[in-house]
Design a protein around this ligand. Structure first.
Ligand code: SF4
Length: 219
């Protein structure tokens, strides 16, 4: 007769949500440490690296737009911009949309630095590579849900994710690629979801909510 074992860990464990949050905190510390180390190697601060990476991904922006994208204050962003202009990595040009504003863009030196910055998260990609084929899409889906929640609460800057894009149609196909991107008119698997897409076009609030109600239970 099989021995009845006590359900020890049900009564002696922190809630799963809290243990996952602790794990994410440890990842955040590792990322912060790596960012400081890599930034130091490249003669930058982590904030300067973020500025270069954002302008490389999004093209020219005003200082205010840049601060919004980074989720930083305007003075903190302006400090990083001033140093990068002095280093010859950024150049200012008139903004045709607003006569008194300036656009910030990368110089050739800035683009070269931005390419180095783009390799800073590689240590994490290598760790994610340890996940199995089934685990990676599930992890991505979980990240999308967490990022959307933090975004909705105003705790992180808006990210150009599929789930907030007017071109995203969730759960409209049978089979392994249930979603659809109307921008390129192609089906998508959960593992294809983008977190920062250059073609993203923000859906209105009603559509974002409707899309989320269809996507969230099945992702
Ligand atoms: S345009 Fe980009 S963000 Fe929008 S649904 Fe297509 S892949 Fe996703």
């Amino acid at each position: 007769m099989p021995r009845r074992l006590p359900i020890y860990f049900d009564d002696h464990s922190e809630p799963l949500e809290r243990r996952i949050a602790v794990g994410l905190h440890k990842l955040a510390l590792a990322m912060k440490h790596q960012a400081w180390t890599k930034a130091n190697d490249d003669g930058l601060s982590p904030t300067q690296g973020q500025v270069l990476a954002t302008l490389a991904a999004e093209g020219e922006l005003t200082g205010t737009e840049l601060a919004e994208r980074l989720g930083l204050t305007l003075p903190t962003t302006s400090d990083a911009v001033r140093v990068l202009v002095d280093k010859g990595a950024l150049v200012k040009s008139p903004d045709p949309r607003h006569p008194r504003a300036s656009l910030l863009g990368l110089t050739a030196h800035g683009r070269s630095l931005a390419r180095k910055v783009s390799t800073w998260p590689d240590f994490l990609a290598a760790a994610v590579g340890e996940l199995g084929d089934d685990e990676r899409p599930a992890f991505l889906s979980g990240l999308v849900k967490m990022l959307r929640s933090l975004q909705t609460q105003g705790l992180i800057p808006t990210s150009r994710m599929c789930v907030t894009c007017r071109f995203f149609e969730p759960d409209v196909h049978d089979g392994p690629m249930p979603h659809h991107c109307a921008f390129v008119d192609a089906p998508m698997a959960t593992g294809h979801l983008r977190l920062d897409c250059a073609e993203h076009d923000e859906a209105d609030a009603a559509r974002r909510d409707a899309v989320w109600r269809r996507f969230a239970p099945r992702a």
